[in-house]
Design a protein around this ligand. Sequence first.
Ligand code: NAD
Length: 360
Amino acid sequence: MSKRILLLPGDGIGPEILAEARNVLEVLIGEHGLDATLQEAPVGGAAVDACGDPLPADTLELARAADALLLGAVGGPAWDQHPRHQRPETGLLRLRAGLGLFANLRPALLHAPLASASTLRPEVVEGLDLLIVRELTGGIYFGEPRGIRESDGQRQGFNTLVYSESEIERIAHVAFRAARERRKAVCSVDKANVLESSELWREVVSRVGGEYPDVALRHMYVDNAAMQLVRDPSQFDVLLTGNMFGDILSDIAATLTGSIGMLPSASLDANRKGLYEPIHGSAPDIAGKDVANPLATILSVALMLRYSFAEPDMATYVEQAVSFALSTGLRTADIAGEEESVGTAAMGEAVVAAMLAFQH
Ligand code: NAD
């Protein structure tokens, strides 16, 4: 059956970068037999302007019916003073919650020609190719009870770090399955020496790991994992972790690769339906100027092919087209350093040209 892909351009640079990703999808559909139809819907500030709601009912309905979603980004100063329910980011949070997207996948891959853009020495980041699998809908960000209360004559803030076995099991399965398609190694990150929730996490992950005898499993405390990420990041294949630890570690991993404009992400439900998006925001400072890097969004298409559509060869093909465009020396401003740069459209066109030149 034909796959339904919903495109959500959003705000700021969102429409510009999504237009380039759309061209890539159209080549896949037109030239490579990807059986998919594309639809588009408003979300974020654009939807607030159009109908007063950052996630209109029609958009949510299309999102529910879709097999995969591709988002540009939402947000911008024009909506910062709106009441919370009319903020662009609220629309995105409601979309993630409404679709039950519990698994966040963030690859961090160093494209060899960009080694000098990393904050680490080239020899340290060489070979960096890891995937962070982060639990997204549980843990301390959602645990109850939470709040600020009076205690002993002063205010006390409190949160609850809670994970049930089923929540740990389902995210562990995502990590082990992803590892099977990669280098077959999972490192589960916790704080089991201090936290009971981590003790259970470790026990359940080990049990699930027993179902994947072909995947090597090791456990690491989060403080050590943070240190190892900046000391020797290429030792990792898949890093599996909970919501808060994943939030922090994924930003460390992102900086290792140099530019925010290069990093895609996926958020998946239990049936591998996914919301795919670059990790960056709507970059209002450069919106409408044809300078934004479209590669994180194009690489998000590759993730969609790999994780929602089980088309790993097509995914690799898109990734190789991106690598080829970079290897010819083309750079958008964010990755150009002192070199000359090209615009959003020119970079997108170079990827499409590479795809057409190296037919799949
Ligand atoms: P941002 O990621 O939008 O921008 C940070 C910096 O990175 C800016 O200097 C920007 O120009 C640059 N940048 C970002 N993407 C780039 C790209 N593709 N190419 C070149 N340079 C790029 O973060 P911010 O400035 O903190 O937030 C701006 C808006 O985006 C806010 O309204 C925020 O709420 C929103 N936001 C949305 C998402 C999302 O939609 N998932 C995520 C983060 C932030």
